[in-house]
Ligand binder design. Structure first.
Ligand code: ATP
Length: 273
């Protein structure tokens, strides 16, 4: 909500089991779980623990989910905010919010800070639009850089940030000691989609004709968020006709709906790009 400065979740229940597919990304990010659980294993050998990693990939592919799972696996609090919240902010508010976030995170360390849509604040400075228009965004970005530089690598805070526009990010963000790790999160292939279907089919009462492999085959180009959406739509459609279980026809109708929604969204979005 707009009133909250940022979200804090002290008891994250999501684990790697909730994240289907993304095997390589999971493998890479497991190291961060290890840093959080076992910092001295690294620091006693003189290793500097990274402060931040960038999760790069298209919308709905599970970046937020994976970041949360890191907190869940390590058993640490999860602080999050979205870069897009800063876009229309009054002077001083964005920078103050960043400072406040880091202050609280330091008190709760070890912990994860997650910044969704970091490109909204982290666009390279002085890029595009009228002079002055981006002052507050730049203030916010500067305060983020200052805060990142201001804590020790062994302070137990790890910052994960997500973007689908790595190309527009200010190069200051990827300097050593900042977001110097990059983890790419791609749209799932057919195997990944089947795995994601299996996660989201679990709570649903299914008719025996429902085949996750077939569902995966019929949803090329779908991200995890759309697959989750299909599963819930199918259950809603079945409930509407008072069925005892959700069948393949309900999934077919749900897929048509989700595809229809995506087409509409693309029509609105495409003139900009
Ligand atoms: P955005 O860039 O739009 O913020 P995102 O990459 O952060 O998207 P999430 O918010 O993590 O995507 O995904 C939205 C929802 O889609 C998740 O809460 C989950 O229900 C489902 N989902 C996405 N990817 C996966 C996955 N790999 N396994 C299981 N569920 C997934």
């Amino acid at each position: 909500s707009k009133a909250a400065l940022f979200d804090a979740d002290n008891k994250v229940k999501i684990t790697f089991n909730d994240v289907a597919g993304l095997d390589e990304a999971k493998e890479e990010i497991k190291e961060i779980v290890d840093y959080l659980k076992n910092p001295t294993k690294f620091t006693k050998l003189g290793a500097k623990i990274p402060k931040g990693a960038l999760l790069i990939g298209p919308p709905g592919t599970g970046k937020t989910l994976l970041a949360k799972a890191v907190a869940g696996e390590a058993g640490v609090p999860f602080f999050s905010l979205s870069g897009s919240d800063f876009v229309e902010m009054f002077v001083g508010v964005g920078a103050a919010r960043v400072r406040d976030l880091f202050k609280q995170a330091k008190e709760k360390a070890p912990c994860i800070i997650f910044i969704d849509e970091i490109d909204a604040v982290g666009r390279s400075r002085g890029r595009g639009s009228m002079p002055g228009a981006n002052d507050e965004r730049e203030n916010t970005l500067n305060s983020l850089l200052v805060e990142m530089d201001g804590f020790a690598t062994d302070s137990g805070i790890i910052i994960l940030a997500a973007t689908n526009r790595p190309d527009v990010l200010d190069s200051a963000l990827s300097r050593p000691g900042r977001f110097d790790r990059q983890i790419s999160i791609d749209k799932p292939d057919i195997i990944g989609r089947e795995a994601i279907f299996r996660v989201h089919l679990k709570p649903i009462k299914l008719s025996p004709d429902v085949d996750p492999r077939e569902l995966a085959a019929q949803t090329p180009g779908f991200a995890g968020a759309e697959i989750a959406n299909v599963c819930n739509e199918a259950a809603l459609i079945a409930a509407r006709s008072d069925k005892e279980a959700v069948d393949m026809k309900d999934f077919q109708d749900a897929m048509d709906r989700v595809i229809g929604g995506l087409e509409k969204k693309n029509k609105i979005i495409s003139p900009e790009e």
